[in-house]
Design a protein around this ligand. Structure first.
Ligand code: KE4
Length: 424
């Protein structure tokens, strides 16, 4: 069956033919490519077309596709049994590796997704403060829990949804939204509501409204406000963990959140999320405390093995540095090309993630970003894809590099972009 036939079949089974909306290519006016395999920096679709991949499963694959040590570890785990619903040493080993890079996570809980991690963290924050209200920032995405689908980024923005139908008004009544990077706005909101706020949850570097770094002072202000009003500061590092730095944004900016959410890289491509923080807070979680959260496949040994092999490789090699070098080289070269060819785009990045925005100048808020030329991004995406380069199929997403994106890929990508940009 060819790609189009596969997609027609898929649409008879799944809404929009996909199992996650951002994969649908709807916002870039194209149809998704059905992928058959991946190796290193390259994915191959079912028709044998190769693409240099900058989505990398939306961030997890810092080591690229089918990394030898990850495949070997997962295969060995599979041969010993897929799942036990009982503790394994693999969970201990991965937890210790996570704590090595995120020492603020004195106690943690593995779950199966970033969504679950954010849900767990917010439940702990509400329990410890005995408060109901939370604050999130417009354009940030923290998974698809009902009360977080408010002014959310990622697929919600990609598809231009006003937020999701099916979420009762009462479920979002305790969710306040403040503009990202707006220090005065959050100070005002906390001045009026702070004593009722259980938690502020933030993407410390926003990756779900394109790539958007924090303004100087923004994260520090959140830390001060949470301390002042006894609210819990939650860093959602599902995307930024092991991406903006090995120890995430909390290491990069030297700010200690009360709770951290992780996902993506810590599973090495397998479904893993985690939330954690200081012992006092996490001791509230059942069975130690009364905050209930559970999961059949939480800490699944095969997923733990894949995550452990990934973090071990990051720990004892220069994998992260290689991926970072590629990001720096690519972003610089694309900005140079933009200046040389007078392209109205801004390419920016940090660590091993980056964003391409058809808009000039920095974007520091969701409002800024919404002014970008997403139609032009779609045209760029389609042209790049036709030339074997797979960027994020949405202007509201970030892109990622890996340790196996080498000079060779950089040169190939740049010559492809040079070729297509002349058609713009
Ligand atoms: P998951 O439930 O998709 O594992 O994680 C939710 C989540 C939480 N927090 C942040 C900062 C995230 O970026 C995500 C998920 N990211 C999207 C891409 N921006 C996942 C891709 C998708 O939805 O298919």
């Amino acid at each position: 069956m060819n790609n189009n036939e596969l997609f027609e079949n898929a649409k008879k089974i799944f809404p929009g033919g996909v199992n996650s909306p951002v994969r649908s290519f709807r916002s870039v006016e194209s149809i998704p490519r059905f992928i058959d395999s991946g190796k290193g920096p390259v994915i191959t679709d079912t028709e044998g077309n190769n693409y240099i991949d900058y989505v990398l499963s939306w961030g997890p694959l810092l080591l690229g596709h089918a990394h030898e040590s990850v495949v070997k570890a997962a295969s060995l785990a599979i041969e010993k049994g897929m799942s036990f619903g009982a503790p394994t040493d693999l969970e201990n080993q991965l937890g210790i590796m996570v704590q090595k890079f995120f020492p603020s996570m004195e106690l943690m809980r593995f779950v199966n997704s970033g969504t679950e991690a954010c849900m767990g963290a917010i439940r702990v924050a509400r329990a410890t403060t005995n408060r109901d209200n939370i604050i999130k920032f417009s354009g940030c995405y923290h998974g698809h829990a009902d009360y977080l689908l408010v002014s959310a980024g990622s697929g919600v923005s990609t598809l231009g949804l006003p937020d999701s139908p099916g979420v009762p008004q009462s479920f979002t009544a305790h969710t306040f939204v403040s503009p990202y990077n707006d220090i005065d706005a959050i100070k005002k909101l906390m001045a009026s509501k702070g004593s009722t706020v259980a938690a502020i949850i933030v993407e410390p570097v926003a990756g779900n409204m394109g790539f958007m770094p924090p303004r100087p002072g923004f994260l520090e202000t959140l830390r001060q406000l949470c301390t002042e009003y006894d609210s819990i500061l939650i860093f959602d590092e599902v995307m930024t963990g092991f991406r903006v730095a090995k120890g995430g944004a909390q290491q990069l900016y030297g700010i200690k959140p009360d709770l951290t959410c992780l996902g993506k890289v810590i599973g090495g491509g397998m479904p893993v999320g985690a939330y954690g923080g200081c012992k006092d807070l996490m001791s509230l979680v059942a069975p130690l405390g009364k905050v209930y959260q559970a999961g059949t496949l939480s800490g699944n040994p095969v997923a733990m093995a894949a995550g452990l092999a990934t973090l071990k490789t990051i720990d004892d090699s220069n994998a992260f540095e290689k991926a970072e070098t590629h990001q720096i080289g690519l972003v610089a070269a694309l900005n140079d090309l933009g200046k040389k060819r007078d392209i109205a785009w801004t390419v920016s990045g940090l660590g091993t993630m980056f964003g391409i925005r058809f808009q000039q100048g920095e974007a520091y808020s969701y409002e800024d970003l919404k002014k970008c030329d997403s139609a032009k991004y779609g045209k760029f995406f389609r042209a790049a894809l036709a030339n074997g380069v797979y960027f994020a199929p949405s202007a509201f997403e970030s892109a990622f590099t890996s340790s196996v994106h080498s000079e060779n890929e950089l040169n190939t990508v740049l010559s492809s972009i040079e070729r297509i940009i002349s058609t713009f």
